[in-house]
Design a protein around this ligand. Structure first.
Ligand SMILES: [Zn+2]
Ligand SMILES: [Zn+2]
Length: 185
């Protein structure tokens, strides 16, 4: 018997049941959005970092798929900061500032560069890809990002030297988004 053939009251009950079943089913099947998926993976990648002065991750996404990942770590074969301590150098935080204002650990390869190097290692083109990164890329990483042909940057947080990267991206017209204006380190 179809719903339309039932007495009025029963018909109402059946329709209500069908609606709540559909609602439940939709709730269960609701998918994580793509961006939440990327950001969740990015956070897991960040947790692998070995320098606690700046735990950061980066993932490169092309045509909707995560192609490579990178996190902050010493070059392969070298001891990590967490085992051998940091390697500190003084930097200028912003363009035009005198040097020596902020301390940086230079032992590590940055997450963004590591994600690019992973693509080089496996011979994958990342031209036209999008990079998600924990912090806004530093100047060195920003230069590599531009030359490798990455077309968009999504940074979760600001970074103490982000001004150099921002200047470069503006100059070459590479779009970027910063999701959270808070500096992480
Ligand atoms: Zn370190
Ligand atoms: Zn960097």
């Amino acid at each position: 018997m179809e719903i339309k053939d039932l007495p009025y009251k029963q018909r109402e009950i059946q329709i209500a049941r069908a609606a709540s079943y559909k609602e439940e089913k939709m709730k269960k099947e609701e998918r994580m959005t793509r961006e939440t998926y990327y950001l969740t993976v990015l956070e897991a990648v960040r947790q692998r970092s070995t320098c606690d002065r700046g735990k950061a991750g980066a993932i490169i996404v092309k045509e909707g798929r995560i192609i490579t990942t990178g996190y902050v770590g010493a070059p392969t074969g070298m001891p990590h900061c967490e085992d051998n301590g940091h390697l500190i150098e003084f930097h200028s935080p912003e363009p035009g500032f005198s040097p020596g204002l902020t301390k940086h650990c230079i032992r590590t390869v940055h997450a963004e560069l590591n994600a690019i190097l992973q693509a080089a290692d496996f011979g994958i083109s990342i031209r036209g890809a999008t990079m998600y990164c924990t912090m806004f890329p530093c100047f060195e990483c920003a230069k590599a990002i531009v030359n490798v042909g990455i077309k968009e940057i999504i940074a979760v947080h600001l970074y103490q030297t982000q001004q150099w990267g921002i200047l470069l991206f503006r100059e070459v017209g590479l779009p970027y988004r910063i999701l959270n204006q808070e500096k992480l380190y």
